[in-house]
Design a protein around this ligand. Structure first.
Ligand code: GTP
Ligand code: MG
Length: 230
């Protein structure tokens, strides 16, 4: 028998249910963390990387793929991760866009069990109007916010750090309280830092010795030195 660190709890995540509108969401109890961002920002890929499951959330080259609110349980139904529909997809009709925006706003403003928002932005195209709109909603209800600058592998280290600093400065100037980090689902950049935050928000940071597992079931983190900045 070996001790299993709590970061591995995320790897037990399973699909729970989908909702086409907020009224179909599961009971508003416990804690959940939502992943939001423009279409194609990498939400589903991030969820798969964080949970170490290739097909948990469906990722796609076709923007606008995730059109439902998808709920996943971590360990129990009281702790959930949520993959929100991507916004800003140009090829969607205006009325559908308006409808998604209303649903997204309803969810973010009213969901009591929502413990925090992970906002994902492609590192090459951060802080679009729709991203700022989301930050505004979250700020209105003082929801904890964390930003993943995704697809960091698309830039060299220097430009990636510059982009991080620039977004951080913009957030500070505009008075948004959000932590931020680099992230790459394909290279594993920033996984551990984000996992730790998710555990804290979900309230699943049990003492390390309470979880055990059999040998051979522990994937190794490829980047243990990534940090969150504020
Ligand atoms: N290079 C690189 N590509 C990525 C990364 N994350 C996602 N992608 C690619 O970006 C595209 C969109 O990824 P998804 O995870 O489906 O994005 P999404 O935000 O869930 O998109 P919607 O469901 O349409 O809102 C896919 O082709 C992914 O393979 C990453 O870290 N690096
Ligand atoms: Mg998706």
């Amino acid at each position: 028998m070996i001790v299993r660190p709590m970061t591995r709890l995320l790897h037990t995540t399973t699909f729970m249910t989908s909702a086409a509108k907020t009224s179909q969401c599961p009971p508003d109890q416990g804690h959940e963390v939502a992943f939001a961002g423009r279409s194609n920002a990498g939400k589903s890929s991030a969820l798969n990387a964080l949970t170490q499951q290739r097909q948990l959330a469906r990722s796609s080259k076709t923007p606008g793929r995730t059109q439902l609110i998808n709920f996943f349980t971590v360990s129990t139904e009281e702790t959930r991760l949520v993959d929100l529909p991507g916004y800003g997809y140009a090829a969607v009709s205006a009325s559908l866009k308006a409808n998604w925006q209303r649903e997204l706003q309803d969810y973010l403003m009213q969901r009591r069990s929502l413990a925090g928002l992970i906002l994902l932005m492609d590192i090459r195209h951060p802080c679009r109007d729709s991203d700022i709109m989301l930050l505004d909603w979250a700020r209105t209800r003082a929801l904890p916010m964390h930003i993943l600058l995704t697809k960091a592998d698309k830039l060299n280290r220097g430009p990636a750090i510059s982009a991080l600093n620039q977004v951080q400065r913009q957030l500070k100037t505009e008075n948004y309280e959000a932590s931020i980090q680099l992230f790459s689902a394909t290279q594993g950049t920033g996984l551990e830092a984000c996992e730790n935050l998710l555990q804290t928000w979900l309230g699943i940071s049990f003492p390390i010795s309470t979880v055990t597992d059999t040998p051979g079931s522990i994937p190794q983190d490829s980047n243990s030195n990534e940090q969150i900045t504020r």
